[in-house]
Ligand binder design. Structure first.
Ligand code: UDP
Length: 491
């Protein structure tokens, strides 16, 4: 698009959590490729994680810059450097972290007021409701960026609006989602909006209020994946919803895939050579995003299940999960026994690079929406083990609707979440699921075929298809709201 004399300027405000920052940085690049100047609000430690990637984008002529603020760690009682959710020593500090983030409102407002011209639009993560005051003060449009699937967004919107299941004494008793495009039974414990939890009422109300004033919603998804839910969500909100993803497909260069989100401890060539030596579709990639932390016993069960499956694997274990029992389990026999077919990556892994290698035939995932879309984008079927938030409903979409995944254990029976659910998953569960996914007879073949077809649709959507159209419409809508529309023209 060309924009006449005034170049549009969009300000992006992410939640500082890798599952939110990574797609926001991808969105920055997509906007910049459309000739928009983009500023991303960040802090020093978050800048460091994306700087190399943004430097390369700048060298390629894209106008993306950081607006960097100090995170008010000491003011809110966090240790120095706790600038991202994955750097918090405990999940109990999440509320403190969110409070710190909201303190960026005044510095951001001041910064934007000092610029010679006001921005065209603010795109804010849904978890940063304070940006609505910034937009109102500056009189600029504000769009909300939602991280999760539209399946989750519509389902939780309808359940929350109708207070469905609220009358049931047991939060694990199934009920039907009202107004959903098809019959869907859920349990309340796995169907909550973000922050719809006891103790979070204030933030929940602020997010709802900020959404009610938003000028539209930007979703990391694509119509061919979720058309019925995107339409349903748009209708339910009565506002514009643009599906502009999968944004991970905007990353073309290997160096960007390698440095996306963080730095890793191992040479990318080592991983590539390791994968090159394996047969097509034979490797199971095991990784659970940035926030899940497994107990030592669960990690050991995963390891023993992978070993029993006799398949090649890449297994990502976070530094915070290297409990003494896990370190001994790995060093006292496991690594040696599986050395010919297992690769353990400690810390950060180049996920998009690994998933796009032809040797990878399956992905054991927690169903974070970014991970799910990254697998969908390259046609890799999944083994699903959701832990919290939107992950339960993402699993339902993957396993029941798209039919490109195998549930490690069907989610209805998971009565507790995340780290404390000791004994939930056994080595037998892991072995069975890996065998079923990588083989699985005729059904396995059909699953792989469906996954490949979805990947083709995703590529088309991002390559001049529906997601490109939605991105253009979204930019135009924002510029119309900003009163800058007359300058925007198709090439
Ligand atoms: N990721 C990665 N390497 C890792 C762990 C995570 O590249 O070792 C990326 C992954 O590709 C995805 C994001 O981090 O883009 C995680 O987001 P997701 O929504 O899947 O899960 P979350 O971390 O928010 O639970």
């Amino acid at each position: 698009m060309s924009y006449g004399n005034r170049k549009p300027h969009f300000v992006l405000v992410p939640l500082f959590a890798q599952g939110h920052m990574i797609p926001m940085i991808d969105l920055a690049r997509l906007l910049a490729l459309q000739g928009v100047a983009v500023s991303v609000v960040t802090t020093p430690r978050n800048t460091a994680r994306f700087k190399a990637m943004i430097d390369r984008a700048n060298a390629a002529g894209l106008l993306i810059r950081f607006i960097e603020f100090q995170f008010p760690c000491t003011e809110v009682g966090l240790s120095e450097g706790c600038e991202n959710v994955d750097l918090l020593p405990s999940g109990d500090l999440a509320k403190t972290f969110i409070a710190g983030l909201s303190m960026l409102r005044e510095p951001l407002l001041l910064h934007l007021r000092q610029q010679c011209s006001k921005p065209s639009c603010i795109i804010s993560d849904a978890c940063c409701p304070w940006t609505s005051e910034v937009a109102r003060e500056l009189r600029v449009p504000r769009l909300v960026f939602h991280g999760p699937s539209c399946f989750f967004l519509l389902c939780t919107h309808n359940v929350s609006k109708h207070k469905s299941g609220g009358h049931l004494a047991d939060e694990f008793e199934p009920f039907l989602v009202p107004g959903f495009p098809h019959k869907l039974e859920v349990v309340r414990a796995q169907c909550l909006k973000f922050f719809e939890l006891p103790g979070w009422e204030k933030l929940f109300a602020e997010v709802a209020e900020a959404e009610s004033m938003a000028d539209g919603f930007v979703i990391n998804s694509f119509r061919e994946l979720e058309a019925a839910y995107i339409d349903g969500y748009q209708k339910a909100l009565g506002r514009k919803v643009w599906a502009i993803g999968p944004v991970c497909l905007s990353i073309k260069e290997t160096c960007d895939k390698v440095t996306r989100g963080n730095t890793m401890n191992v040479d990318e060539n080592y991983i590539r050579n390791w994968l090159d030596a394996k047969e097509t579709g034979s490797v199971i990639y095991v990784s659970f995003g940035t926030m899940v932390s497994h107990s030592a016993s669960h990690l050991i069960e995963i390891g023993l299940g992978l070993e029993a499956s006799k398949r090649p694997f890449i297994w990502v274990i976070k530094e915070k999960e290297m409990w003494p029992e896990v370190a001994s389990f790995l060093s006292e026999g496991f690594e040696e026994r599986t050395s010919s077919r297992g690769l353990i990556l400690r810390g950060w892994a180049p996920q998009v690079l690994i998933l796009s290698h032809p040797s990878v035939g399956g992905f054991m995932t927690h169903c974070g929406w970014n991970s799910t879309l990254e697998a969908v984008s390259v046609g890799v079927p999944m083994i699903t083990w959701p832990h919290f938030f939107d992950q339960f409903l993402n699993e339902r979409l993957v396993v029941e609707v798209l039919r490109v995944g195998v549930a490690l254990k069907f989610n209805m029976f998971i009565r507790r979440v995340a780290d404390d659910a000791e004994g939930l998953i056994t080595r037998e569960d892991v072995e069975k699921a890996v065998t079923e996914l990588l083989d699985g007879g005729a059904e396995g073949e059909e699953r792989r075929k469906r996954a490949k077809e979805l990947a083709e649709k995703a590529k088309k959507a991002m390559n001049g298809g529906s997601s490109c159209e939605d991105l253009t419409l979204m930019i135009r809508h924002a510029l119309e709201r900003a009163g800058e529309a007359s300058d925007a023209q198709e090439p």
